[in-house]
Design a protein. Structure first.
Length: 317
């Protein structure tokens, strides 16, 4: 069982995670994670591993499972988000394991740092967002830098995992440099350390000043997009309702040129109609919209589909 502990506090531990630990004969994990749930481990074999021994944890778990033991590998957050699920499957596949081999594998989800930190600071993830780890222990820095550049340019809200450690101190500075190429220096940033743990600390700052804040391995850095703001101590990213509705009046009446339940006038079909009616060249349109010219040419080459008005509102909206 690959168990996500969430932030580690018992209040945020899911019922299934608690049950999985209770069912396990052996619990394997990084020493800090073991400490978070130590009062749930009485009578169990406990195997503690260091930070860089992820593959060793997976190998230990597989060996014990082959002996008939029920094993829980614990991760903070979610086991599938920068957690133990990936390394464990790598070890299992290399050992020839298949789902029919007699050893069952269950992933028990938990809230990742991006969720828990966002919950503490407001609603920063209400629009498109992504997560990027700044750890270059296993990922080449040019790969990380390209990803940072892409999301900064595309105006995502971004959660930076593993932003800084005792040895890795410059990565967060380089990330800041990349973001400042595209974002306003006053872009809101929330820095959350040890979310839902005894030493929890929350700090609001700006992109320009974020490297002056206290940042470490137990910190998650949330960088807002061009619309994110902080008000009354809360970091908010608008969903975009103001683009279509008169939100201030409270009537949710559609703005001029917009229709309820139908894509924005600047949505896909509206945009396709606009570029097809334009007298600008594909190269000029590509520059206007900051999109690849090849994509513009492809879009122009395909006929416009009519908006049939059957669009439904996604769950949660």
């Amino acid at each position: 069982m690959l168990v996500g502990l969430g932030p580690g506090s018992h209040d945020t531990l899911t019922g299934r995670a608690r049950d999985a630990i209770a069912e396990a004969d052996t619990v394997i994990g990084y020493v800090t994670y073991i400490r978070l749930v130590k009062d749930l481990l009485d009578g169990k074999e406990v195997v503690k591993k260091a930070m860089t021994e992820e593959l060793d944890r997976a190998i230990e778990a597989y060996e014990r499972a082959r002996l008939g033991k029920k094993v829980a590998i614990i991760s903070s957050g979610d086991a599938g988000v920068y957690g133990m699920a990936g390394p464990t499957f790598e070890v299992l596949f290399q050992a020839g394991w298949t789902p029919d081999s007699g050893i069952e594998v269950e992933i028990v989800p938990g809230a990742s740092a991006i969720n828990t930190c966002a919950a503490l600071v407001g609603a920063p993830l209400t629009h498109d967002f992504c997560a990027i780890s700044l750890s270059d222990l296993l990922t080449p820095w040019p790969t990380i830098a390209r990803r940072l550049n892409a999301v900064a340019y595309a105006d995502f809200v971004v959660a930076l995992y593993n932003p800084k450690s005792g040895r890795r101190t410059r990565q967060i500075e380089e990330a800041q440099r990349i973001f400042l190429q595209y974002r306003d220096p006053q872009t809101p940033v929330a820095i959350v350390k040890s979310a839902f743990r005894p030493k929890q600390r929350i700090q609001f700052t700006t992109l320009e000043k974020m490297t002056e804040a206290e940042i470490g391995m137990l910190t998650t850095v949330l960088i807002g997009n061009s619309n994110t703001y902080v008000k009354h101590g809360l970091m908010i990213t608008p969903r975009g309702y103001a683009n279509k509705y008169d939100v201030v009046s409270g009537k949710r009446s559609a703005r001029t040129g917009e229709r309820r339940g139908i894509s924005l006038s600047s949505g896909l079909n509206g945009w396709l109609a606009a570029i097809q009616a334009s007298d600008r060249t594909p190269a000029q349109l590509a520059a206007d919209y900051h999109l690849p010219e090849a994509y513009i040419r492809s879009a122009l080459a395909h006929p416009l589909e009519a908006d049939d008005g059957d669009e439904t509102t996604p769950a949660g909206e």
